[in-house]
Design a protein around this ligand. Structure first.
Ligand SMILES: Cc1ncc(C[n+]2csc(CCOP(=O)(O)OP(=O)(O)O)c2C)c(N)n1
Ligand SMILES: [Mg+2]
Length: 818
């Protein structure tokens, strides 16, 4: 390991400190020093010119409305009224980009760039403009003076592009907003992409987040024969927004030990002398990429042989490197104060404006752009060709998505000779379908689980593959496999992030998780959904495969694990997102789960949330019926009601969504049919929750006319719902009959008990549903005898659980009496 000593492990001591007098100092133009290294003088000059140009273009984006080439002294009207953006991280991003370009050209690398500190959007934007991609995608932003002016103006400007890396950013498949997911996206992109190199910059602040801290281990799933490589570059600029970072303030020896413990060989590049850092970075990148090539060649020749010590880089350079060192008497360059806009008063304060101009001129734009504003030839020579440009690599734009090869889901269906008589574990049957999907799509389909694949009954997949694992394999381990197509790691963050990276680069996958613990990735779901929403508005962005969740071990059947494991609230989070991208399905039985999942695997650019139980559950619909029911998304189960003449409104509608609510609803319907044969009863089952929303709100929404015809305009609706009951109200509040809608669901009453006690605790049991009907159908009067029987039945069932520790047989063994 070599390092440049000029900055060492020290923090900001090498910089001129502000003396408190309020002065603002401009950066001085620098001369490239003579430092030995792999770069010839010409190469050094060209690399540095790119770096200066990209930094210039970044400062221009943050500040300038006009006068992009400084043809006249900067005036207030040249400066944006609202100065938005983050400069501090930009020089580091640009440095990595240009050095990566040198390697892309030399090695003909197929590479993409992930900016962990994606708040530095001006950096990748600038590189995309220098590479010409910006002009190809946005025709008004040419590589000339007017184009540069438009490029500057649109940044962080109403009607323009966001301040962070976003779907609008050429070459980015990583949203730069919520920190923590860069390495996971990088590793997800590398999976099954054997010829891809991912340069992944990790912010040292970002590295403090939980998801990032666990991400270092993701190479456990990288098979160097099958997968591409990730080169992590820890941008140790020592600060985050307002504080030093933890990794910057531990002794370097400890940091290096930590990195080795994560399974990487660290290379430190440190300093603040541009020429020295360029030489060091060039030498280090060469060494890292040589090592990656060696690892890959050996594995591709001899087969994957276990854990590798992958190279990684620690880049210790000043935050805000090259910006004004001192502003209003305070040290800015090399401190947290460089995080955003170093000269916040540039429009209104003349001294700030003067220093801004000196700062821009310190990059010597006259050498970087010709008279028309086009990048100078020296810069263009640094640009890889066509799709080799990281800003234009198709991997970062949907990755050439191919549809999955899917078997006919109907052949996995279960026979239903008698409704509601036999039971199946729905997810186990789905496992057989997913097994064959895995086998038929050996390079573009993966299943992710936080150690719950078998627990959620999907173990059939392991009949055709194993669990991806490149670390040591022990004698008693099961189904660990260097080429495994299942990734199991007890980190919901890792499952989600790796799958996102995999999807964003054009592949398919499933994430199966306990329902309660999917909340761990609420925020990641939010960000991914935002990416889908925003990218759908960007004309050149291609759609990606949907993110498919299979949530099992759900609230109603976590009776054995207890209260901590009972939470259906992810659905509430999901429906916050725009209707165009979210879908929620609650298939009531095995065949409907198969049909639903077939649909999800074919769909694009959605988040599909499917909740399905893993315990034996009665089968209600044949394969053909399930196909129809799922296509409609909801429907009247006339066999379960007794309102044959559907022209006449029923006395009551029993609606249900979810497997356990469907069971309780059918059991309630059976009691009502027997005890109140004159009651006109309609049973409606909802698979696709979004059907409840108005059609103006969601593409799946029912028209008011259809809704009224199914749920009636005025009959009471007793709705048994899988999740928190208020979600149904939220979706249906505008419907004509909302005033008669009465929803039962999970109201946060849970513990370790029996399955039926769980529904009783939440008043969603069959007996309670019957009482709800009695209470809400005016023509029934008090139905006192039936009501009392229901109270008794509930008390009996409760007492039985207390005495026997199990559910009463009349409930546990119940089948549809039809
Ligand atoms: C999860 C999350 N928490 C907080 C923030 C607010 N934030 C934006 S940038 C930043 C500091 C990032 O520091 P670092 O990763 O070191 O980036 P750099 O120093 O390169 O700017 C913070 C805390 C965020 N974007 N995401
Ligand atoms: Mg930092």
């Amino acid at each position: 390991m070599t390092r440049v000593e000029s900055m060492g492990g020290d923090t900001s001591a090498d910089f001129t400190s502000g003396d408190g007098s309020g002065e603002t100092l401009a950066p001085k133009p620098y001369v490239l020093s003579e430092v030995a290294g792999p770069l010839s003088r010409d190469e050094l000059v060209a690399i540095d010119a790119w770096w200066r140009a990209a930094n210039y273009l970044a400062v221009g984006q943050i500040y300038l409305l006009d006068n992009p080439l400084l043809r006249e002294p900067l005036q207030p009207q040249h400066i944006k009224p609202r100065l938005l953006g983050h400069f501090g991280t930009v020089p580091g991003l640009n440095l990595v980009w240009v050095h990566a370009n040198r390697q892309i050209v030399e090695r003909n690398l197929n590479a993409v760039f992930v900016a962990g500190p994606g708040h530095g959007g001006p950096g990748p934007n600038a590189c995309g403009w220098l590479e010409g991609t910006y002009s190809e995608l946005y025709s008004h932003i040419k590589q000339d003076e007017a184009g540069m002016a438009a490029f500057f103006r649109q940044f962080s400007f109403p009607g323009g592009v966001p301040s962070h890396c976003a779907p609008e950013t050429p070459g980015s498949f990583h949203e730069g907003g919520e920190l923590g997911y860069s390495l996971l996206h990088a590793y997800g992109a590398a999976l099954d992409n054997p010829h891809l190199t991912v340069f992944c910059i990790v912010g040292d602040g970002e590295a403090e987040t939980g998801p990032l801290a666990t991400s270092w281990h993701a190479h456990t799933f990288i098979n160097p024969a099958r997968d591409g490589a990730v080169l992590p570059i820890l941008a140790l600029n020592q600060y985050k927004i307002a504080n030093p970072t933890m990794l910057a303030r531990i002794p370097e020896s400890q940091l290096l030990e930590l990195i080795r413990g994560w399974g990487y060989h660290p290379h430190v590049v440190a300093g603040d002398d541009p020429a020295a850092v360029h030489q060091e970075m060039a030498a280090t990148l060469e060494a890292c990429l040589d090592r990656i090539a060696e690892i890959q060649q050996a594995a591709r020749r001899d087969g994957a042989s276990g854990a590798q010590l992958w190279p990684m880089i620690v880049l210790r350079t000043p935050k805000g490197w090259t910006c004004p060192p001192v502003v209003d008497g305070q040290q800015v360059e090399g401190t947290f104060r460089a995080h955003q806009v170093p000269l916040p008063e540039a429009r209104t304060d003349e001294s700030h404006r003067r220093v801004l101009e000196q700062w821009l001129r310190s990059y010597r734009p006259g050498e970087l752009f010709d008279d028309t504003g086009r990048p100078a030839g020296e810069l263009l020579m640094m640009v890889p060709s066509g799709a080799r440009r990281m800003s234009a690599n198709p991997v970062a734009n949907g990755g050439g998505l191919r549809d999955l090869q899917l078997p006919d889901w109907r052949t996995y269906g279960v026979a239903v000779a008698v409704r509601g008589a036999a039971a199946h574990e729905a997810t186990r049957v789905l496992g057989a379908l997913l097994r064959d999907v895995t086998a038929a799509n050996p390079t573009n389909f993966l299943t992710f689980a936080p150690d719950e694949l078998a627990s959620n009954r999907l173990q059939a997949i392991l009949e055709v593959t194993g669990r991806d694992w490149q670390a040591e394999i022990g004698q008693f381990d099961e189904k660990l496999d260097r080429n495994g197509r299942v990734i199991e790691v007890l980190s919901e963050h890792m499952c989600q992030g790796l799958l996102e990276g995999y999807l964003l680069t054009g592949r398919h996958g499933v994430f199966t998780c306990y329902e309660a613990f999917i909340h761990i990735v609420d925020a990641m779901f939010n960000q991914h959904a935002k990416w889908l929403e925003a990218s759908a508005q960007v004309p050149w962005r291609r759609p990606i495969a949907s993110l498919n969740y299979l949530l099992s071990s759900h609230v109603w059947r976590q009776d054995h694990n207890g209260f901590t494991h009972q939470d259906p609230g992810f659905l509430d989070v999901v429906v916050n997102k725009r209707a165009e991208v979210v879908r929620v399905y609650l298939p009531p039985d095995t065949n409907t789960l198969l049909s639903t999942y077939d649909h999800c695997l074919r769909s694009k650019h959605y988040v599909n949330v499917v909740v399905a139980g893993k315990q034996p559950q009665l089968d209600y619909l044949t394969v053909d019926e399930a196909a129809l029911h799922c296509a409609r998304g909801l429907g009247i189960w006339d066999w379960a009601g007794n309102n044959d003449d559907q022209e006449a409104a029923p006395d009551v509608v029993l609606a249900c969504a979810g497997d356990i609510p469907t069971l309780e609803t059918l059991a309630a319907a059976a009691i009502l049919r027997e005890r109140l044969p004159n009651l006109r009863l309609r049973v409606v089952n909802v698979v696709d929750l979004m059907r409840l929303q108005p059609e103006a709100e969601h593409p799946h929404g029912l028209s008011d006319r259809e809704f009224d015809s199914i749920f009636t305009k005025s009959s009471p609706i007793i709705f048994a719902f899988h999740g928190y009951p208020w979600l149904i109200h939220r979706l249906a509040y505008r419907r004509t009959n909302h005033g008669s809608l009465h929803v039962r669901g999970y109201k946060e009453r849970g513990t370790t008990t029996t399955p039926f006690d769980m529904v009783m605790l939440n008043d969603m049991d069959r007996y309670h549903l019957v009482m709800d009907v009695i209470d809400r159908v005016p023509t029934l009067g008090t139905a006192a005898a039936l009501r009392q029987d229901m109270v008794n039945a509930k008390l009996r069932a409760r007492a039985w659980t207390r005495e026997h520790g199990a559910d009463i047989p009349e409930v546990a063994d119940w089948t549809w009496p039809g």
